[in-house]
Design a protein around this ligand. Sequence first.
Ligand code: PRP
Length: 191
Amino acid sequence: MPSRWYDEDIERIIVTEEQIRDKTVELARQVAADYGQVHELLLICVLKGAVMFTADFTRELGRIGPPLELEFMSASSYGQGTTSSGVVRVRADLDRDIAGRHVLVVEDIIDSGLTLSWLLKYLTSQAAASVEVVTLFRKPDAIRSAPPLKYVGFDIAPEFVVGYGLDYGERYRELPFVGVLKPAAYARPDL
Ligand code: PRP
């Protein structure tokens, strides 16, 4: 395979493209089984990181689950660096009423759990019929601080990862896998 611009920045891959694909199918099966009786399910993609997972998960769930609708919110706690800032910033709110709807929040990663805790409170206050969460990745702090989650793809180590939607300085989201950057990559002059 020809080398890609990012190959030299990656120290190691922690979850491969194939593992992500298999896990996405598995999560879609779990959700489809649990929501077999609902008329429709509203997926809320938390931009930007969850965009890749949402696109793939929605198609998998669409094959076997109830009718789906898709909405987007943009909330962030990371800021520019590699650790959560501790403050949740809503960059784009929902533009519709979710009262009485069954909602499934689609996240790429739960780290400190701060974004999710805020989102759950917010969505519940909008009188959704139910609110659950599916996340592809979860870090150890979230197991301690966030509410227990039904749908978790991979529990990963507390190290900073990029790829499949996850960025460092807005780069690396397009990687088809998730990996750890080499220390030198953080010092790239264009980042
Ligand atoms: C990431 C991720 C979650 C949040 C998790 O978003 O997509 O929304 O951080 O962190 P927490 O559990 O510590 O709150 P980020 O702030 O990187 O924004 P982005 O998705 O737009 O890159």
